[in-house]
Design a protein. Structure first.
Length: 129
């Protein structure tokens, strides 16, 4: 369980947990943020199982965004509380949106990793067309 979570956070191949899923470990330059090799360099697992495979990552990215916004809301509510009198709701929205925008490149990559992990199991290389 912890090995799988570690592999997800390190963005490693779901089939072998060793090969990198992205061509560059850094998110910069942003132009090459989503560049992935065609196959895992270690186990030759295909990274894109079929054409348009990663269109489903929008739903995963949405769930991650909701999780971040909820976490910020809980932290904000526990520390300051919400009140329209002192405009704290607007402070929350500004802080939550800023944090979400800063994390967006990482969340885009993570959503691809999580989506591929849904379809490829450890130790089983899945081949398609």
């Amino acid at each position: 369980m912890f090995e799988k979570l570690s592999s997800i956070l390190k963005m490693k191949c779901p089939a072998c947990h060793q090969g990198n899923m992205f061509s560059q470990s850094s998110i910069f330059p942003l132009k090459h943020l989503m560049d992935m090799p065609e196959r895992c360099p270690v186990c030759t697992q295909k990274m894109e199982l079929e054409p348009g495979f990663y269109f489903g990552t929008g739903y995963v990215s949405y769930a991650l965004t909701i999780a971040v916004m909820t976490a910020v809301a809980v932290i904000f509510a526990l520390t300051r509380g919400f009140s329209f009198k002192d405009n704290s709701v607007f402070w929350y929205l500004g802080i939550a949106v800023s944090i979400t925008l800063l994390l967006q490149p990482w969340m885009m990559r993570l959503s691809r990793v999580l989506f591929l992990y849904l379809f490829v199991k450890f130790g089983k290389i899945r081949e398609t067309r």
